[in-house]
Write a protein that binds this ligand. Structure first.
Ligand code: PLP
Length: 403
C-alpha cells in the first residue's frame, strides 16, 4: 500500500484552470479575460523595450556571474525597490529604518511578511483581515502560516464602488492591533481604490486602533501610469508614522511574470528594529529558498538605477496603463451605444488591470458557453485581454447576457 493512499486530491487553481480551457477552445473569436497579464492590442504578451535594453546591457557585462546572491538578495535591487515605493525623499529611508528582503515576486513577499508575522507578531492570536473580495492567494498564504483570516467589507454591489462605511466599521470593531492587508492601488479583483480623503479616514481609524498595515503592491505605475500616484497611500501611511510591510511585485510593471522579482519593504520604528526584522526574515528565507534568483532582480536593478532607462520605463508604463484606460472607455461607450441595461460608469471609474463588471455567475457561464469569452465566475475581467479587435464583440456578448 502507498504511504499516501489517504491523501485527497486538491482542487485545481481557478485561474490556471481557466487558462487551460481557453487554450483548449478552438473558436476563432475566443476571448481571454481571465489572467492578469498585460497584452498588446494584438493580444500578445509584451516584452518591455526597456527590459530588452537591460537584457543587452547584462549580456555585455563580463563581470556578471552565476554565483549565489546574498540571502536577502541583490543589494542595489533592494535599495532601489525601497526608494521606488517610499519615494526618494522618504523620511523612513533618511532615518535608516526602511529595510528590504528580495523575495520570489509579490507572492513570495506576501509570504515572507506573513510568515514573519505568524512567528513574531506581539499580539498572540491577532487576526489578519483581508478585503472582501481579494486576490485569492491572500487567504491561502495567511492560512498557510496558521493565522486566523477574517474579512473586511470592500466592494459595495449596490454602488459598484467602495464600501467605505463597512470597511471603517470593521476596522473600528476589530480588536486593537489587528493586521490589515491592504491593496495600495489597482485593487484586485475590483479595480476600486479609495480616494486620498478616504485613505485619510482609513489611516485615522487604523491609527486610533493601533492596527498594522500590510500593503500588497502588485501594480505600482501600472494603475495610473504614474509611479508616484500609485504609491500615494503607502507614502501617506509612512508620513503618518505607521510601522508597516509592503510587498512589491515587478511582475506587472516590468512584465517579468516568470522571473519572480519581488521585494518586501519593511518600515520600522527604529534602525535597530528594522535590522532585527531583516535578520529574522533572512533566517526564515534561508530555510525556504536559501537565496533568491538573480535574473529578474538584475533587470529591475539596471533600470531603476539608471536615469535614462528609468525614464524609458516610465514611458513603457504609460503605454500599458493608457492602453488599458483607453479600453475601458471604448467598452463603456460601446455598452452605452447598445443601450445595454444597467449602469456602466464603474467600467471607467475603476482602475488597473481588473474590472469587477457586476456580471453574475450564470451570466459568466453564458459568456463562456455561447460566446467563448473566458473570465472568472465572480465577473472579474482582465482589461488587458480586451483590444480593438475584440472589444465590440465582448460588448455585444455582455449586452446579450444582461438582457
Ligand atoms: N498581490 C496581488 C493583489 C496580485 O494581484 C498579484 C498578482 O496577480 C500578486 C500579489 C503577486 O503576483 P506575483 O507573485 O506574480 O508578483
Amino acid at each position: 500500500p502507498s504511504f499516501f493512499g489517504q491523501v485527497p486530491g486538491a482542487p485545481a487553481d481557478v485561474i490556471f484552470a481557466l487558462i487551460s480551457s481557453y487554450k483548449a477552445d478552438s473558436h476563432a473569436q475566443k476571448v481571454d479575460l481571465g489572467v492578469g497579464a498585460y497584452r498588446t492590442d494584438e493580444g500578445k504578451p509584451w516584452v518591455l523595450p526597456v527590459v530588452k535594453k537591460a537584457d543587452h546591457i547584462m549580456m555585455d557585462d563580463d563581470a556578471l556571474d552565476h554565483e549565489y546572491l546574498p540571502i536577502l538578495g541583490l543589494e542595489p535591487f533592494r535599495k532601489a525597490s525601497v526608494k521606488l515605493i517610499l519615494g526618494a525623499n522618504s523620511k523612513a529611508i533618511a532615518e535608516g529604518r526602511a529595510g528590504a528582503a528580495q523575495c520570489i515576486s509579490g507572492t513570495g513577499a506576501v509570504y515572507a511578511g506573513a510568515h514573519f508575522l505568524s512567528k513574531h507578531y506581539p499580539i498572540k492570536g491577532a487576526a489578519c483581515y483581508i478585503s472582501k473580495p481579494t486576490w485569492a492567494n491572500h487567504r491561502a498564504i495567511f492560512e498557510g502560516v496558521d493565522m486566523q483570516v477574517l474579512e473586511y467589507p470592500y466592494w459595495d454591489p449596490a454602488t459598484k464602488g467602495l464600501d467605505l462605511k463597512g470597511m471603517l466599521r470593521t476596522m473600528q470593531s476589530a480588536p486593537n492591533g489587528s493586521i490589515f492587508v491592504i491593496h495600495p492601488c489597482a485593487h484586485n479583483p475590483t479595480g476600486v481604490d479609495p480616494t486620498n480623503d478616504q485613505w485619510r479616514q482609513i489611516a485615522d481609524v487604523m491609527e486610533s486602533k493601533g492596527h498594522f498595515p500590510f500593503f500588497d503592491c502588485a501594480y505600482q505605475g501600472f494603475a495610473s501610469g504614474s509611479l508616484d500616484k500609485d504609491a500615494y497611500s503607502v507614502r501617506y501611511f509612512v508620513d503618518r508614522g505607521f510601522e508597516m510591510f509592503i510587498a512589491q511585485s515587478f511582475s506587472k510593471n516590468f512584465g517579468l511574470y516568470s522571473e519572480r522579482a519581488g521585494n518586501l519593504t519593511i518600515v520600522a520604528r527604529s534602525v535597530e528594529v528594522k535590522n532585527r526584522i531583516e535578520s529574522q526574515i533572512a533566517k526564515a528565507q534561508r530555510a525556504v529558498i536559501s537565496n533568491p534568483p538573480a535574473y529578474g532582480s538584475r533587470i529591475v536593478s539596471v533600470v531603476l538605477n539608471n536615469e535614462t532607462l528609468y525614464g524609458e520605463w516610465e514611458q513603457n508604463l504609460s503605454t500599458m496603463a493608457n492602453r488599458i484606460i483607453g479600453m475601458r472607455k471604448i467598452l463603456f461607450d460601446e455598452l452605452i451605444r447598445l443601450g445595454t441595461p444597467g449602469t456602466w460608469n464603474h467600467i471607467v471609474d475603476q482602475i488597473g488591470m481588473f474590472s469587477f463588471t457586476g456580471l453574475t455567475t450564470s451570466q459568466v457561464k453564458v459568456l463562456k458557453e455561447k460566446y467563448h469569452v473566458y473570465l472568472t465566475d465572480n465577473g472579474r475581467i482582465s482589461m488587458a485581454g480586451l483590444n480593438s479587435k475584440n472589444v465590440k464583440y465582448f460588448a455585444q456578448a455582455v449586452d446579450f447576457v444582461v438582457r
